[in-house]
Design a protein around this ligand. Sequence first.
Ligand code: AKB
Length: 315
Amino acid sequence: MAQKILIIGACGQIGTELTLALRKKHGNQQVIASDIREGNEELMNSGPFETLDATNYKAIEDIVLHHEVNEVYLMAAMLSATAEKFPMRGWHLNMDSLFNVLNLAKDKKITKVFWPSSIAVFGPSTPKTNTPQTTVMEPTTVYGISKQTGERWCEYYHNKYGVDVRSIRYPGLISYKTPPGGGTTDYAVEIYHKALEEKAYTSFLSKNTALPMMFMDDAIRATISIMEAPAEAIKIRSSYNLGGISFTPEEIAAVIKNEIPEFKIDYAPDFRQEIADSWPSSIDDTEAQNDWNWKHEFDLNTMTKAMLNGLKSLS
Ligand code: AKB
């Protein structure tokens, strides 16, 4: 059977690039983008689009049946900073959308599911550096609690109902094509925009806050590669740790300064500092390396060059 893919939340930061990458790989008509709002021109013009509320089971089912979809990537979510402001809305969106997709797979209406987890599943009692795959997990944010709960349900649906669900714990993702929205790691995207526009940036995290991060090209490659791996290679059905790079606001500013010598940074930590302080600073992804050959490519220097060149090419 030909692969027919539905991306839910296709117009967000990850969804946009994932949709375009999958369309390039499988053909434009094979990948249906869907979101509650419309996306950028490239996404809207390159293939089918459906307006979709991820919390509406019937609406997802209709699209799946109409387009004969067999694989779903569920990218819709409320991220950490926004979910702290709207806890019930965050919980409702993050959990209901996951159950909708898992239940479609349980009822054999689709055969494979990708669902993103996050480093937010970890909390202050987790070992902070080189955080292992299996460890203490006591998340303190609404978003982290929803992702940890989601992981348990993914594993449960796999064990009980044989659902082929695959997942990655994304670190902070850095990209220039589509802005992030409502995350704690968003400073590492904003900083590049402000460096080019104003040669200055005020960071909402303190200068020594190290967090795990990754350039979007690596994240898209990881997502497609876990989905393409043979089912028997995927030994973890909750979610895989995914390491990339780890840096602080001060370190990223120093690398930007190499490219833009006038660039200046100052620091005004806000409520997001507490969220960042509860998360790991670096991640051990040995299991992803062993099970499906994961290896990141971009470091802080190559990512900074790609971000600045990419943003310049868009302006
Ligand atoms: C966030 O900051 O909320 C996200 C994440 C780490 O999952 N980027």
